[in-house]
Write a protein that binds this ligand. Structure first.
Ligand SMILES: Nc1nc2c(ncn2[C@@H]2O[C@H](COP(=O)(O)OP(=O)(O)O)[C@@H](O)[C@H]2O)c(=O)[nH]1
Ligand SMILES: [Mg+2]
Length: 196
């Protein structure tokens, strides 16, 4: 198990040619803007401020690389569903993500963060379908669980499971606020270290 507290920022990547050498297995984090991606990463590594939490959607324009305990790269992908930027900027971001996910040698898992409170959004479905098509391993994480009762959590999770065709053991219910699901997420991600 890596020490999840031992994490540091490496670099921001704006163009594919700026990608660091693939020294470690990589875990990428994807989700719609404002879903709670930054909050999840901060919780995962026990830092309040490793990744900036913003209330302004779509601010992250780069792939942000972090080194986890000299064992993994963690990669914060730009949020999708950006409403506030021009079409040109939007498509260049998407180009970068597409290129990265299709071609990155040691990308072992894409964590797809989804809001547990709502029905599955088209973009989330498209992301998961595309990852399946690419043969990429992915892990749905249903976040903001603290906003729901336990019963409602399970009910909504079952609906998302059905929409994504995943089984309960293939996803995690999470809260960045309470830390629910954080250990399960760490354990799941750590398992990618052993095989690489
Ligand atoms: N209650 C609750 N709020 C959350 C949670 N995760 C994120 N938020 C809030 O949702 C907003 C967006 O979070 P952020 O991490 O910046 O989302 P990002 O755009 O996906 O990186 C912020 O106001 C966070 O405080 C969570 O698990 N529970
Ligand atoms: Mg963010």
């Amino acid at each position: 198990m890596p020490n999840f507290n031992n994490v540091s920022f490496l670099q921001s990547v704006f163009k594919i040619r700026q990608l660091p050498d693939p020294l470690y297995p990589e875990i990428a984090f994807a989700g719609r803007s404002n879903v709670g991606k930054s909050t999840l990463i901060n919780r995962l590594v026990g830092r309040r401020n490793l990744v900036k939490i913003s209330s302004r959607p779509g601010k992250t324009q780069s792939l942000n690389f972090f080194v986890l305990d000299d064992q993994f790269y963690l990669v914060d992908l730009p949020g999708y569903g950006f409403a506030q930027v021009s079409k040109e900027v939007r498509s260049s971001w998407q180009g970068l993500i597409v290129d990265y996910i299709e071609n990155r040698e040691r990308l072992v898992c894409v964590v797809v963060i989804i809001d547990l409170r709502h029905e599955l959004k088209v973009q989330d479905r498209e992301m998961v379908e595309w990852l399946r098509y690419q043969g990429r391993s992915f892990l749905p994480v249903y976040t903001k669980a603290d906003k729901l009762s336990r019963n409602k959590q399970l009910q909504n999770a079952a609906a998302l499971d059905a929409a994504l065709t995943v089984r309960p053991e293939e996803r995690i219910i999470f809260s960045g606020q309470t830390g629910q699901g954080c250990m399960a997420l760490q354990t799941f991600l750590a398992s990618y270290g052993e095989s690489c």
